[in-house]
Design a protein around this ligand. Structure first.
Ligand code: P1T
Length: 385
């Protein structure tokens, strides 16, 4: 049986997780070492130093490359390390066209760290015509987008944007963190590079921070590896092992997240204390049809406008008991947060206002708990407003 023909749920369990050849251990060992012995200077078994390579991390890279249908994968110490390495692999003066709705950390690094190195423009990537206009006038070298976006959950037509960008020699990077490779594979839609925060769905247990970059171009991969080895944001062997363990249940978890998310979205959409729910699986979502075409599921993230303002949303966030009020997403436990004060505080107020990140706006990461308990918890908290 050729491993590439396996389904994703099977690949998540078997690729990179093969039994240890030396001992037969079904679970791969953690190579918790910083360095590797050499029999003569420069003569070794493929590993020299853990910042450069580590066998446990190599296994995780094999698994994640397979899940994204990529030739290469580089696992990094955080999602932001993956974001930084990708930006650093582009030369000074690169023109970047970035989605207007991206994770606050991505917005921050582009606007306050790399702002003197690159020329930057933001665009609403849900509107392919606007992207085409910018491709013709701004002439970017790189287009960067999230789909769905964090936190507005807007969907962009990845295939159409890749075709338009490639016609003008621009590369496309897609941050696929919200969908995980289980529900969406941007490389198959034409993207040049995909990245993930492993901290989220891929690890799935809120106990590791990590990132990954997947791509098919060897020259670009070599450059990214060279940067990682030189600058140092490699993931530790233990964290790689934890992610190898977590990713095995990716298929089960993603299906459960999506089932709970649509239930929660439907419940909240009908609730009198809720103004609006944004979830790609709802008929009311503006890009619902595109989401159906482009993704094989709608994911576990949803956003909600509570009726009222900051007072009402704060009461709601303080009163939930099962939903942990915390940044991050994608763990088995349900999380809830206030983007304006928490994850997207680095986005200037006027930009937040344009996007709709208002005081009554709340983001939910639906966990995999029993749905009756989650709905009861939300119901109680809404009653307290
Ligand atoms: O937190 P880290 O592993 O460094 O990943 C950064 C990152 C990159 N891309 C997206 C789409 C993300 O959502 C994140 C991290 N996001 C959160 C911590 C959050 O709560 O939205």
């Amino acid at each position: 049986m050729h491993k590439d023909n396996l389904q994703k749920g099977t690949r998540a369990i078997h690729i990179g997780n093969e039994p240890d050849e030396k001992t037969g251990s079904v679970i791969p060992p953690i190579y918790q070492t910083s360095t590797f012995v050499q029999s003569s200077p420069g003569v070794h078994k493929g590993y020299e130093y853990t910042r450069s390579h580590n066998p446990t991390r190599t296994r995780l890279e094999e698994c994640l490359a397979s899940l994204e249908n990529a030739k290469y994968c580089l696992v990094t110490s955080s999602g932001m390390a993956a974001v930084s390495l990708i930006f650093q692999s582009f030369p000074q003066g690169t023109k970047i066209l970035c989605g207007d709705d991206v994770y606050g950390g991505t917005y921050r690094i582009l606007n306050t760290i790399f702002n003197d190195r690159f020329e930057l423009k933001h665009v609403n990537t849900t509107d392919v015509d606007s992207v085409k206009t910018e491709l013709n006038s701004f002439k970017p070298d790189l287009v960067w987008l999230e789909s769905p976006t964090n936190p507005m959950l807007q969907i962009s037509d990845i295939k159409a944007i890749c075709e338009a960008s490639h016609a003008l020699n621009a590369k496309v990077v897609v941050d696929n963190t919200f969908m995980s490779p289980y529900f969406q594979n941007p490389l198959d839609l034409g993207a040049d590079v995909v990245l993930h925060s492993l901290t989220k769905y891929i690890n799935g247990h809120s106990d590791v921070v990590g990132g990954a970059i997947m791509l098919n171009d060897m020259t670009q991969f070599d450059k990214l590896w060279y940067l990682q080895n030189s600058m140092g944001p490699s993931q530790s062997p233990f964290d790689s092992w934890l992610v190898l363990r977590g990713v095995k249940t990716l298929a089960l978890r993603m299906r459960a997240h999506a089932t709970n998310a649509i239930e929660i979205a439907t419940y909240l959409e009908a609730h009198p204390k809720v103004d609006k729910v944004i979830y790609p699986g709802l008929q009311s979502h503006p890009q619902h049809e595109l989401a159906k075409r482009q993704m094989s599921g709608f994911g576990g993230m949803l956003s909600v406008y509570i009726k009222g303002g900051l007072k009402e949303s704060k009461t709601f966030l303080e009163e939930v008991k099962l939903f942990a009020l915390a940044e991050s997403l994608g763990g088995v436990e349900s999380l809830i947060e206030h983007p304006a004060i928490m994850t997207h505080a680095s986005v200037p107020l006027e930009e937040r206002a344009k996007l709709g990140i208002a005081d009554n706006f709340v983001r939910i990461s639906a966990g995999v708990e029993d749905i009756e308990d989650l709905i009861a918890d939300l119901s109680n908290a809404l009653d307290r407003i």
